[in-house]
Write a protein that binds this ligand. Structure first.
Ligand SMILES: [Zn+2]
Length: 590
């Protein structure tokens, strides 16, 4: 039985969608998709069916050639509209003809100049958390799974790619008709579509990379080790159930690092830096193939089950492929972001809990690294309580028991208590899951890489600036941690010195630039302004933009300058990123 979901109007007991046949016409001039969806249900419907809908224009709803009665009878700023199909008499399939809104918040329509190629537009979807309902009316709750087939018509030479198995591409005049089958059942938030002038390269027997032609060779080199990671992941988590693991490099405005759309992970282009130093992001998205896509959070209140488990598994695979020091360094950086998020909400805020009642809370508004790193630390504490061997047995059992199902926090804890009772006892489960903040007895990070940075920070505090020689062998994560540890205001000449020794002046390492620009702004470096502006124009990943925009909004000299910059580049950014900007400016009273 599906759980009560505060972010959906759906009543699963009415009937559940099992399969959808889509016909989608992608129209760039009007920024709309004209669609038809044929829904197949698990049982025949009598009375009412509720679907989630946001701004999708309903043209007609029918079954066996006859119109059905329907009404948009409820409205809510977070959930959107309730589409109520009425007086149903024993049907188990129906059809909705619809047109998406140009402002649909799951879809971003890019003009040709916003792509690398510059000749063709681009479209991509981002349905997590509750945005699938702005593409097609659906039971938009992660506890309901369906399979689908799709026929997507797009203008040539563009093609469509989906988080599904590609079938055929048929050319008809100026159009390409692309067909897909998704044989594995997915929750609606894992529905994904992109359209553009996209090329591909093979990476291995099960892995391929898709990207704009301008970047596809670089991307193929950067992610060449994907198949190797998949093999490691299978050793730990069991067989890969989705047949293929392909990657799609997104245009710069993609708001996240990655999105684990099944069979086709969507990835920010900011990780293509030429030395594979950020491919741990692929490890993370790949791990979701088990923890997230195979075992899915029942509602967004249980998001930590997706992200905490995935961050834990990512750490384990990082350990195997790159060593424990490397993996621990990643955790340290992640925890830094987690503490920054906790401070932003307030350490006592309910948003720092792993599980709380989210009625009236928009999951996109409170998205943070807390479910990732507090969740990971909780699982590591459980592992420490019983040892790795027994915990690994538990992981195997967990995945085998719940695959292709959704799970609530409560159900997870019941399973934990039953199969790992001593861990359940040894760790203060109540504090970890239901209390705010971060437990004091959390597992500590330990890494030589962190120690080197800490020694350098201590020396800096005593007046010794690091030299180029001191940091010659540092990896980018160490530089990142060093810049974060300084957090605050430093003399201008120190900014310039660090910029030089860390080669930050013309780099494309956006993770480092994010930290550096924020530090320079706070330290009063007014000459940095053109670079801040270029950064806000170029980078789309919210996680990298936040520190820079926040520093600008909170520092006296730059406070009045940030709003005009945001207004100039608003059009380059994803709606989710624009909302992030607005939250930061609102909070600063700008
Ligand atoms: Zn994730």
């Amino acid at each position: 039985m599906a759980a009560y979901d505060p972010h959906s109007y759906v009543k699963p007991q009415q009937a559940q969608i099992k399969h959808i046949n889509f016909k989608l016409n992608v129209d760039f001039p009007s920024k709309t998709i004209q669609g038809q969806a044929v829904y197949h249900l698990d049982k025949s419907l009598k009375g009412s069916l509720y679907l989630d809908n946001r701004m999708v224009q309903i043209v007609r709803i029918h079954a066996d050639g006859k119109d059905l009665e329907w009404e948009l009878d409820k409205q809510d700023p977070i959930r959107g509209q309730r589409l109520h199909l009425k007086r149903l008499k024993g049907i188990c399939s129906f059809v909705i003809d619809f047109v998406t809104d140009p402002q649909a918040n799951a879809l971003q329509w890019l003009d040709p100049q916003q792509t690398l190629g510059g000749d063709h537009p681009f479209l991509f979807s981002q349905c997590q958390a509750i945005n699938a309902r702005s593409i097609f009316p659906c039971q938009d709750s992660p506890s309901i799974r369906f399979t689908y087939s799709a026929e997507v018509v797009v203008p040539r030479p563009m093609i469509a790619v989906m988080a599904a198995a590609p079938q055929t591409i048929q050319t008809e005049g100026d159009l390409n008709r692309c067909r897909f089958e998704m044989p594995q059942p997915i929750p609606s938030y894992l529905f994904a579509l992109a359209v553009g002038d996209i090329s591909s390269r093979e990476l291995g027997p099960r892995c391929r990379i898709y990207a704009e032609s301008e970047i596809v060779e670089e991307a193929a080199w950067e992610f060449a080790e994907t198949e190797k990671k998949l093999i490691e992941a299978e050793k730990m988590l069991g067989p890969y159930e989705w047949e293929r693991y392909d990657l799609l490099v997104m245009p710069p405005s993609f708001p996240y690092g990655g999105m684990e759309n099944p069979r086709l992970t969507f990835l920010t282009p900011t990780v293509i830096v030429g030395d594979r130093s950020y491919t741990h992001l692929v490890t993370h998205e790949m791990a979701h193939s088990w923890t997230g896509n195979l075992i899915t959070n029942a509602t967004w209140e249980d998001f930590w089950l997706n992200e905490g488990w995935t961050t834990y598994v990512q750490m384990r695979i990082d350990e195997i492929l790159q060593g424990r020091d490397y993996a621990q360094m990643k955790i340290e950086l992640g925890r830094g972001s987690m503490f920054a998020d906790m401070q932003r909400f307030g350490m006592d805020s309910k948003h720092t809990k792993l599980n709380y009642d989210m009625s009236g809370v928009d999951p996109d508004e409170v998205f943070s690294s807390i479910p990732y790193y507090k969740g990971q630390a909780f699982l590591e504490a459980l592992e420490n309580a019983v040892g790795r061997e027994r915990f690994d047995e538990f992981i195997g059992k967990y995945i085998a028991t719940f695959k292709f199902q959704s799970l609530s926090t409560k159900a997870f804890l019941t399973f934990l208590k039953r199969h790992l009772p001593d861990a359940f006892k040894a760790v203060n489960v109540r504090e970890w899951i239901y209390e705010a903040g971060f437990p004091e007895d959390a597992p500590q990070t330990k890494s030589k890489l962190i120690d080197e940075v800490d020694a350098s920070v201590a020396a800096y505090r005593e007046g010794n600036l690091p030299t180029s020689d001191d940091v010659r062998n540092w990896n980018p994560d160490q530089v990142n941690l060093f810049l974060r540890r300084l957090a605050g205001v430093i003399p201008l000449e120190h900014c310039r010195h660090l910029e030089k020794i860390f080669n930050l002046s013309d780099g494309k390492d956006y993770a480092l630039l994010s930290e550096y620009l924020a530090l320079a702004v706070r330290s009063g470096d007014e000459e940095i302004l053109p670079r801040v502006e270029a950064y806000i124009e170029e980078v789309g990943r919210g996680f990298f933009l936040r520190p820079v925009v926040q520093a600008m909004a909170e520092t006296a000299w730059s406070r009045d300058l940030i709003r005009p910059i945001i207004e100039r580049y608003r059009g380059c950014h994803h709606p989710l990123t624009v909302r992030l900007f607005e939250r930061i400016l609102d909070k600063a009273g700008i």
